[in-house]
Ligand binder design. Structure first.
Ligand SMILES: Cc1cc2nc3c(=O)[nH]c(=O)nc-3n(C[C@H](O)[C@H](O)[C@H](O)COP(=O)(O)OP(=O)(O)OC[C@H]3O[C@@H](n4cnc5c(N)ncnc54)[C@H](O)[C@@H]3O)c2cc1C
Length: 308
C-alpha cells in the first residue's frame, strides 16, 4: 500500500487554494491513500477533498519547526505513508530537511511532476535556471516540495477528520511574536491576463504602461531590470527571482526573453511579445510576435480606450 501525507496550507480559517493543488498532485501519483495534515483549523473548518482518505488535525505552534516535524513524524507513523507532499515555500523549506532526516527520506524541492514507482518515486524538477528539467528516481521515502500552479485544484468534499494528540514536545526555540508582512495588493498568481513591461520601454514608458493596465483592469508584471531600477516594486517581478505565473494571456512589452524571465511564464497559455528586435529570444516561445515600438503600441491602445 502506498500512502502520501499532504501538508495543508491554511489561510483565513480555511484551506488555502494551494492545498487543493497539492491534494490533486498527490492523487495523480497513483498512491492508494492520500491523507491531509493540518493545524490552525477547527474540526468544522476542515472540509476535505474528493479522493482524500482522512484529514489529520492537530494543534501545533504555526512556526515551530520542532513541533511541525514531530507532528509530521506522527502522521507518517499513523498512516504508514512514504511520501510527504508540501508547497515549495519558505516555511516548508525550513522544516522539510529535518522531516527528511528524521524519517530517513530523500528530499526534492521545486517539483514539477510526481508519480509512484515500484521501489519509490519518480519526480522532475528544473535545473540550471530552468534550462533543463531533470527526472529523478528516488528509492524509499520522499519529501517533495511542489511548485504552485502546476496541478489543477482538487474538488472539495467532506472526509473523515481525525484529531491527533496535542504536541507536548519542549521547543528550544520560543516564538516571541509575529508580524504579518504588508500585502502588496498585487496578485500575479491568480491573474488571467498579465501585461508585463521590460527595460525596453524605458523609465519614461512605465507610467503610461501602468495607466494602460489600470484602464484595462489587467495585472501588471515586470522584468527584473524594471524592478532593480526602482520603476516598479518587486511584487510585480516575474521570473526566477520573482513570481511564476500561469495566465490565459501574457503580453510582454520590451522584454528580451532571458531564461530567468521565461522560467516564470512557462505555464502561460498564450504569449504575445512586442519587441523592436526581430531576433529577440522571446519570439522563439511567443504565440504571436509583434515587431514594433512598445511605447507606440501602448499609446495606440490607450487612444482606443475611454479615459478613466
Ligand atoms: C540569478 C538571476 C535571477 C534573475 N531573475 C530574474 C527574474 O526573476 N525576472 C527577470 O525578468 N529577470 C531576471 N534576471 C535577469 C535576466 O537575466 C535578464 O537580465 C532580464 O530578464 C532582462 O530584462 P528585460 O528583458 O526587461 O531587459 P533587456 O534584456 O535589456 O531587454 C530589453 C528588450 O527590449 C527591446 N526593446 C528596446 N526598446 C524597445 C522598444 N521601444 N519597444 C519594444 N521593445 C524594445 C530590446 O530589443 C530588448 O529585447 C535574473 C538574472 C539572474 C542572474
Amino acid at each position: 500500500m502506498t500512502a502520501i501525507v499532504v501538508i495543508a496550507e491554511v489561510s483565513d480559517s480555511d484551506f488555502d487554494p494551494i492545498t487543493a493543488e497539492l491534494v490533486s498532485a498527490a492523487l495523480q501519483t497513483g498512491a492508494e491513500e492520500v491523507h491531509v495534515v493540518a493545524w490552525g483549523l477547527t474540526q468544522s473548518q476542515a472540509v476535505g477533498y474528493e479522493g482524500v482518505k482522512s484529514i489529520l488535525l492537530a494543534e501545533c505552534a504555526p512556526n515551530s519547526v520542532e513541533q511541525i516535524k514531530e507532528l509530521i513524524h506522527q502522521a507518517l507513523m499513523r498512516t504508514q505513508a512514504t511520501c510527504v507532499v508540501a508547497s515549495f515555500n519558505w516555511r516548508n523549506t525550513e522544516f522539510a530537511a529535518s522531516v527528511a532526516a528524521m524519517n530517513d527520506m530523500s528530499i526534492v524541492t521545486d517539483c514539477l511532476s510526481l508519480e509512484t514507482q515500484p521501489s519509490g518515486w519518480r519526480v522532475s524538477r528544473p535545473a540550471y535556471s530552468g534550462k533543463v528539467e531533470v527526472d529523478l528516481h528516488v528509492d524509499g521515502g520522499l519529501v517533495a516540495l511542489l511548485r504552485d500552479r502546476v496541478w489543477p485544484a482538487a474538488r472539495r468534499d467532506p472526509v473523515p477528520v481525525v484529531t491527533m494528540s496535542t504536541l507536548t514536545s519542549v521547543s528550544a526555540v520560543s516564538q516571541v511574536g509575529s508580524t504579518e508582512a504588508p500585502r502588496s495588493g498585487v496578485d500575479l498568481n491568480s491573474a488571467g491576463v498579465i501585461f508585463a513591461v521590460g527595460r525596453g520601454l524605458g523609465a519614461e514608458g512605465v507610467p503610461e504602461f501602468v495607466e494602460l493596465t489600470n484602464r484595462l483592469g489587467v495585472a501588471l508584471g515586470a522584468s527584473r531590470p524594471v524592478v532593480d531600477a526602482g520603476w516598479l516594486p518587486h511584487a510585480h517581478q516575474i521570473g526566477q527571482s520573482g513570481t511564476s505565473v500561469a495566465p490565459r494571456l501574457y503580453i510582454a512589452f520590451g522584454i528580451s526573453g532571458a531564461m530567468q524571465h521565461l522560467v516564470g511564464i512557462r505555464k502561460a497559455q498564450r504569449i504575445v511579445a512586442i519587441n523592436t528586435d526581430p531576433q529577440a529570444p522571446i519570439f522563439s516561445i511567443a504565440d504571436v510576435a509583434v515587431v514594433a515600438e512598445g511605447t507606440e503600441v501602448v499609446k495606440a491602445m490607450l487612444d482606443l480606450l475611454p479615459s478613466s
